[in-house]
Every structure is written in C-alpha cells, then in structure tokens.
Ligand binder design. Structure first.
Ligand code: ADP
Ligand code: ZN
Ligand code: ZN
Length: 724
C-alpha cells in the first residue's frame, strides 16, 4: 500500500504530500515516522492508495506510531483541509492544532506500568529455603490479587523476575491514566430547570438554525442550561464540546463539572502537566470521555458524533488565536457543528456586537434570559466622579463613595473585590527633571516597577531590569512613578484598613500550576476580606459573600485606540459588576471615572445592553467599522531591520496593486510602523486595511503566504483583538 504523507517539519518549507510505502491496513490519520532528507521525521498519513508514480527504488517506507488507532479521525482531516484553504497556512501547521504538543514531540512516554498476578495456585509452588522474597511475594499476591510490579519488588526485592522465570506469575503491561482531579468524582444531579430555563433549552433544541445565541444576564442560569444540554447528549450516546475562556475555569466550575459528569468529562487547561493533558486527550480519542471542556484549543478535540458545541462568554477575546494559524474559534466550531449536524450554542451576558447583529437580523437564533435565578436584582452601580474628588483635594485612588461602601462592607463582615486594569506597583518610572521614561531595551515599551522583587519588568517580553536609583540620562535622583497598579492599590488599602486581610490576583501572583486556584480558593474560604485584581477576576467566579465591587479606573479601556474599546468597556463593567451580590444580600458596585457623561458608562450602569448595542451599531455603521467592514492587518516582523523592511516591500507592492485594482472594495489602505515598533528584539511593520468586500481576502492571504521567509514572519489578522 502507498500512503500520502505530510511531513511535520518547520513551517512553510515542505507543505507537500510525499508518497511512502506503508503496511497493509494503514488508515488515514495515522501518525508515522518517515525517512526524510537523511533524517526520520514525524508525519501524518492523509490518504492511502494502491499505486504511485514514484519509481520503486525511490520509494521509502514509513513506520506507524504505536497508537493503536489513527490519532486523527475523519472529521479532523476534513477540518484540516478546510482550515488550510481558509487561512492559507501549511497543512503541517494546521494538523498540529489537533494533537497535544507533547504527542508531536514525543516527549511524553505513555505511562505503562507492569502488573503481576499469580499464574498457579499457591499450593502448587515450591520454594527453596533461601527464596524468602519469592515466597513472600507469592503470598502477597495470593492475598491481594494483581499488584503493580514496582510496588511488589519494593516489598520483596528481585521477586518478580524470579517468579516469572519459574512461570509462577503472569505480568501484563497496562496503561495507567493520570487523573488530574482525583477526588472530584461523582454523578451529582443538576438543578431542576426553572420554567424560563426549560423554555430556553426547548427553543435551542427546536429551532432550525445551527447557531443559537443565549443572551442572559449574569446569574440567569445559562451554565445550568449548558449542563442540561450536555447531559442530554450523553443520554443519546453523543459527545459534547464545552468551550470557556481559560480564566473562567474556576475551581467551582471544575468541581461542578466533575460532580456532574465524573470521568465522562475531560478537562483541558493550561494548568495541566504535559502528561495529564495527553491523557485527557487520549481519553477523548478512545471514547472513554465524551465531554471536552477547555479553552479555545479544545475546539480541536478528536471527538466523534458530537451532539452540541457550547461557547460560553462568546465575546471573550481569548477565542481569537494570536499565533499562526490565527484561527477564529467560532469558525472552527461552526464547521464542526455543520459536519455533525448539531447546534452551536453561544452564550453571553454581553454578546459581541458582531454576534448580536447576526442574531437580531435572524441569521442566528436568539434566546433571552432577562432575570436572575430567584429574581435577585442586579447590583446597583453608583458612579463616582473622580473630577470632583480631585477638586476636593482627594488625590488617592479611592473616591469617597468607594471608601464609605468599603467601610460598610467590611464592618458587616462581607467581602469586596476591587478591580483595576493594570498590574505591577506603578505603571512607569519617570525622571522629574528631564522626563526620561525607563523602557525595555528589546521592545520599545515602558517598564513597570514591581515592588515585591524591587525590579522593573517588561510586560511584553518578561525581561527584568534592576530598579534605577538615578536617571540614566541626566543623573537626577528625582524619579517618580506614574500610574497606579494592583500592587500599589493593595499597599494603600493595607494602610487605610490595617485589620483587613487583602489578597492580590494578577499575572504576577498567579504563576505556577495552581496560582489562580490557590488565590481563589483562599478568597472563597474567606481567608481574606478584599481581593484586588486585574481583569482576570472579572469573569465567572461565584463568591457568595461579595457584596461590593469597586471598579477603580473605568476609563482605562475606554481610551484605547481601538474601535472595540466601547464594547470592551461595557463588557468589562457588566462582568465585574456581576461578581457582586450573588447570594442573599444585595450587592453594590462603585464605578470610578473621569468621564461620567460617557454613553457607554451610562448604558453599563443601567445594564442596558440593548441601548448600548443600538448606540454602538449606529456609530459603527456611520464610521464603516466592523461588522460593516473588516479590518485586516498584515504584520511583518523580524530581527534584522533591513530584511524585515525588504519583506514588507515584498508584501506591500502586490497588496497595493490589489488595492488599486479593487479600490471600491477598500475603505482604507496604509503601510506603517506597528504601534509597538519592536517586541522581543523583533522589528514590526504593518499594512493596515479596511475592506468592505471580503472577496479580496483570499488574495491577501496568498500574497502574504508567498512573501514570508526565514528572516521575517508575515501574518494576516482579521479584526485583530490586540493592535499592539
Ligand atoms: P450564569 O451562567 O447565567 O451566570 P449560573 O448558571 O451560574 O448563571 O446560575 C447562577 C446561580 O443560580 C448559580 O449559583 C446556580 O447554581 C443557580 N441556579 C441555576 N439554575 C438553577 C435552578 N434551575 N435552580 C436553582 N438554582 C439554580
Ligand atoms: Zn533625567
Ligand atoms: Zn521587553
């Protein structure tokens, strides 16, 4: 038999199919090791056929990996074809998305252990007097049954080999699956759905459209509907994919899923070790687990017969991949839903403007849940006008309304969350004499002071610098800090409320496998009174004792130079506010701003998504911004400035030609430095386009695929979430 093989080596260079000899019975999707250019490299069988034009003396043989079944199923191969065509990236690169990284690189050995059991009844064995260990081991096996070989040899050294030689015992290798969440098992019943929830579920199931948008305020019971949909799939023998933004894989969510679905659920997230991730993946591939739960990469899991795909918090920017291939999770989920003939359910309290437009126009089903479970009111949001605070001489980060509420909250024994957009002690270090700003040598961005470690850090490349004692430009010692970070807030709070216990959660405090988990657990066990954090505390968490949320700098995200900043701000405020008053006591939110008259803030304070949407969509229509157009950014980056500029030219010229020949399809076309000119020593240039007609998109991708080279990376981003 002949196998058509894609070899998995560095991107771009060898995206071709090669013919190899293979064993009879080899199936498409099988991983192989293939001799290639004097080396043996990993590859995938894409197709199997009877004959080839390659002369027999040139035909080499591939070795199948000992997986026991093709690693990629038919649907994965189909998706790979589609995605390759859509994003014009090498197939090898797309195929990688479907496998755990550790499987590709072969670093993870399968955890096989040898188990020993008796081959004869104990009475039929004879042992010389000196063979105490053999006898001991045999007696242990008679009493305890099958035992792991290493364990037995630990008790009775040398016994296993000796007993095996005599034919007294049998050994068997078995795969041992690591279970990352031991002790979180069970099949707990769910809540009985309320009439509103049942009606929503019924509508999702009976509507003919593939995509269903579940628009429900925070706490309206969306999660319970997802779980009910998943439970239905299991009953019908089908599988399910449940996508969540990484950050909302909270301990509560994990234990809820474990309790409900036990080992039927495979949970993939970045906190798992390589081995654990591989095991979860393999359980899905073999069908042992039927529910995949994870961040965007879980959209590629090798499940079959999918009954529902759920994307929770569908507006979250983490669903867009920021490295090649820059797929959009929705696109992949949609292809899979179509392939399986199942529903794709998008859920959010604050849907993205793009999704909502498609729903109100009838392309997607739209289901609303307007009330919280038990009719608890949404917390009241009070605006604190920071201009007045400054006029009154208050230059701290805490307005008087916020302080009043904090005192009330603490004295009644409840918990508070303070939310801030920045991490670190302060934003930047500035010289008061000459205006020098400390910047990263590799990235052209300002550094952030971290007090715990007394150092300056670059948040783009992670580089660390010693804290300055004097200005490197003018020698002045008058250095000051600009901006306020989570660390500084926590420190100031400590001074204001010496008896309050304060926890901080941001990227600096959550490193390590269980960083998030520990902080959230401590807070939910009420080991602290106040939690100070960045947007990672905004989503998904359910702390019943939290009755106050403070949003310290609501303006921060409003002033980003991004067409989506209004949308982001609205989403953020709604999400953060949703953390307050989830249990019996009503919650309160204080929102601090320098622009209280801003439309977005005013809609957010009233939880008026519809009003926000109507306002926003008319602004977008007037300015011809997405969803009325598409922003396409071609980013060229490389370490060598000249070669990067050469590559920029190689994409710019044909793109400009395309633009001139199709001027009616373009709203904007320009070439410029990227907003951050250098990150991690790479120079960055971009061609920015806004197109009103996506028919030019494939050609843009082709031009960029053509121009990429060893020295400079060329990437295409559609409506990029992050325009740095
Ligand atoms: P959402 O996902 O919309 O924010 P959740 O599904 O987390 O809402 O529900 C909010 C709260 O209401 C949770 O504490 C949940 O356990 C509870 N809840 C949800 N559905 C029901 C129900 N049918 N009966 C009782 N409690 C429910
Ligand atoms: Zn200076
Ligand atoms: Zn840097």
């Amino acid at each position: 038999m002949i196998a058509e093989v894609i070899v998995d080596i560095a991107a771009g260079e060898t995206d071709r199919i090669f013919d190899y000899l293979c064993d009879d019975g080899t199936e498409a999707g099988t991983r192989v090791r293939a001799p290639f250019g004097g080396k043996v490299v990993p590859g995938f069988v894409m197709r199997v056929k009877e004959s080839t034009d390659v002369p027999p003396e040139k035909l080499k043989r591939v070795f199948p990996s000992p997986d026991g079944m093709p690693a990629l199923n038919r649907e994965c191969l189909y998706l790979a074809e589609k995605l390759t065509a859509r994003y014009r990236v090498p197939k090898a690169l797309v195929l990688r998305l479907f496998l755990p990284a550790e499987m590709r690189t072969g670093k993870v050995r399968e955890l096989k252990k040898t188990y020993v059991s008796l081959a004869l009844p104990l009475e039929e064995m004879t042992f010389p007097k000196t063979a105490k260990n053999q006898r001991g081991a045999a007696e242990y096996l008679a009493g305890h049954g099958e035992t792991e070989s290493g364990f037995l040899n630990g008790l009775f050294p040398g016994s296993v080999a000796a007993l095996e030689k005599k034919g007294y015992v049998r050994t068997e290798k078995k795969q041992l699956l690591r279970d990352p969440y031991k002790g979180l098992e069970g099949t707990a019943p769910g809540h009985v759905l309320t009439p509103d929830q049942s009606a929503a579920e019924e509508k999702i199931l009976s509507d003919g459209r593939t995509v269903q948008l579940l628009h429900g305020v925070t706490g309206s019971g969306k999660t319970e509907i997802y779980l009910s949909l998943i439970a239905r799939c299991l009953k019908e023998g089908k599988s399910a994919i449940f996508l969540v933004p990484e950050i909302s894989l909270t301990p509560q969510m994990l234990s809820q899923l474990r309790a409900r679905f036990g080992r039927n659920a495979a949970i993939m997230h970045s906190g798992l070790s390589a081995g654990e991730r591989f095991d979860e993946w393999w359980r899905l591939r073999t069908g042992e687990a039927k529910i995949a739960i994870g961040a965007r990469s879980a959209v590629f899991v090798p499940l079959e017969n999918i009954g529902v795909i759920i994307v929770d918090e569908e507006h979250d920017s983490s669903y867009a991949s920021e490295s090649a291939p820059r797929y959009n999770t929705f696109d992949v989920a949609y292809l899979r839903a179509k392939y399986n003939g199942c529903k794709l359910v998008l859920g959010s309290a604050t849907p993205s403007v793009d999704t909502y437009k498609r729903a109100v126009e009838g392309e997607f089903g739209l289901i609303r849940l307007e009330k919280r479970i038990n009719k608890r009111p949404l917390p009241e949001i009070e605006i604190a006008d920071m201009r007045q605070e400054v006029r009154r001489g208050n230059n701290t980060a805490f307005s008087s309304p916020l302080r009043a509420e904090l005192e009330k909250c603490l004295s009644s024994g409840n918990q508070a969350i303070l939310f801030l957009n920045r991490r670190g002690y302060s934003q930047t270090v500035i010289c008061k004499e000459c205006g020098y700003v400390a910047t990263c040598e590799a990235c052209d961005v300002s550094l952030t002071y971290h007090r715990d470690e007394d150092c300056l850090k670059c948040h783009y490349c992670g580089a660390r610098y010693k804290m300055l004692t004097a200005c490197p430009e003018c020698g002045s010692r008058k250095l000051t800090y600009a901006g306020t970070g989570t660390q500084r807030i926590a420190a100031e709070l400590g001074k204001m409320y010496p008896s309050a216990r304060i926890l901080r959660m941001d990227n600096d405090t959550t490193s390590g496998k269980e960083g998030h988990y520990k902080i959230l657990k401590a807070f939910s066990e009420r080991q602290a009174d106040i939690l100070v954090g960045t947007q990672m505390i905004a989503k998904g968490h359910d702390f019943p004792a939290v009755t106050l949320v403070g949003i310290l700098d609501a303006d921060m995200s409003l002033h980003f130079s991004d067409y989506r900043s209004g949308e982001r701000t609205f989403q953020l405020i709604t999400q953060v506010a949703g953390r307050s008053g989830r249990a019996e006591e009503p919650g309160k939110v204080v929102l601090q701003t320098f622009s209280p008259e801003n439309d977005v803030l005013r809609f957010a304070v009233r939880y008026d998504y519809e009003g926000f949407y109507r306002n926003e969509i008319s602004l977008r229509a007037a300015a011809m911004f997405p969803p009325f157009s598409k922003i396409v950014r071609v980013l060229v980056s490389g370490e060598d400035e000249k070669k990067t500029v050469d590559t920029l030219r190689a994409v710019y010229l044909p793109l400009e030609k395309l633009y001139r020949e199709n001027a009616d399809k373009f709203l904007f076309f320009n070439r410029m430095h990227a907003p951050i000119r250098r990150i991690q020593n790479k120079f960055r240039y971009q061609v920015l386009m806004r197109i009103s007609d996506t028919s030019v998109l494939p050609e843009i991708y082709d031009i960029c695929a053509e121009a990429g080279n060893r020295d400079a990376l060329v990437s295409v981003e559609e409506n990029p979430a992050n325009m740095t």
